[in-house]
Design a protein around this ligand. Structure first.
Ligand SMILES: NC(=O)c1ccc[n+]([C@@H]2O[C@H](COP(=O)([O-])OP(=O)(O)OC[C@H]3O[C@@H](n4cnc5c(N)ncnc54)[C@H](O)[C@@H]3O)[C@@H](O)[C@H]2O)c1
Length: 252
């Protein structure tokens, strides 16, 4: 099926690689007008069919200027996020602040700036606008080893998602969170390499990640993008405030 996002204007952050990239590409394929951004614009150079821009989601000024430039939209996908490795004892004040700034406050900033235009588009069209936030299975859903502050930020994303969902449910806005298990992305590959150096081999490290996956494999960015397309499209018109696990059975 194609054209599921025809007529929709969609913003995707962190679209340079991994899940964000797969979402931006899937949205283009489904007919959306896509505004794809990343803090590293070089990664966007070969993203065909989208309007691409540099955007650091930790900067309120940059987001305000980007929102003015893009104008009103129907779909906002907040992807940018960072994985801090360690327990509470490894998490400094700076680690905590950086993680919350990038993983949570960035979503607050993006939603504050884009929501007024989304409310206008929804009121004018009578069709709900959709916000999709990348959370994680490592959140309020489940603990993962050495994901102390990461899990705290992703739990906060679920709380933020439900609040926005409730406050705007009667005004044509839907807000949902995607909670992936382990997904093969450039930053995940780097985490496997790093763990491999500590435990004696990359393959051993990958086996460790895969061993906690009941399906016996990690996910693909395209599989997460498929859920994002559904949540962005009118097919999910009755869905808001949800936190949807997509994890090969990790949370079973
Ligand atoms: N990969 C996984 O296993 C997994 C699992 C659960 C949740 N997630 C979440 O999915 C999202 C994407 O993760 P991924 O692993 O697919 O991608 P990734 O970590 O490989 O790439 C992250 C992207 O974010 C961009 N970025 C970093 N800082 C930014 C900033 N300040 N402003 C804008 N962009 C910035 C980077 O340039 C990069 O393109 C994250 O929120 C992550 O927490 C990933």
């Amino acid at each position: 099926m194609a054209g599921r996002l025809e007529g929709k204007r969609a913003v995707v952050t962190a679209a340079g690689q991994g899940i964000g990239r797969a979402i931006a590409e899937a949205f283009v394929a489904e007919g959306a007008e896509v505004f794809a951004s990343d803090v590293n614009p070089d990664l966007l150079a070969d993203l065909a069919g989208a309007d691409v821009a540099a955007l650091d989601v930790t900067s309120a000024e940059a987001i305000a200027s980007y929102a003015r430039q893009v104008g009103a939209i129907d779909v906002l996908v907040n992807v940018a996020g960072y994985v801090h490795h360690g327990t509470v004892l490894d998490c400094s004040e700076d680690d905590w602040d950086f993680s919350f700034d990038l993983n949570v406050k960035s979503m607050h900033r993006m939603i504050r700036m884009f929501l007024p235009g989304m409310l206008q588009r929804a009121a004018a069209s009578g069709i709900s606008a959709s916000i999709v936030n990348l959370s994680s299975g490592a959140s309020s859903i489940k603990a993962a080893p050495n994901r102390y502050v990461y899990g705290a930020t992703k739990a906060a994303v679920i709380g933020l998602t439900k609040s926005v969902g409730l406050d705007f449910v009667a005004r044509g806005i839907r807000c949902n969170a995607i909670c992936p298990g382990t997904v093969r992305s450039p930053s995940w590959e780097a985490r496997v390499e790093e763990l491999g150096r500590q435990i004696g081999g990359r393959d051993k490290a990958e086996e460790l990640f895969v061993s906690r996956q009941p399906m016996g494999r990690v996910g693909k960015p395209d599989e997460i993008a498929a859920l994002a397309v559904y949540l962005a499209s009118d097919e999910s018109a009755f869905t808001t405030g949800t936190a949807i696990p997509i994890d090969g059975g990790w949370t079973l």
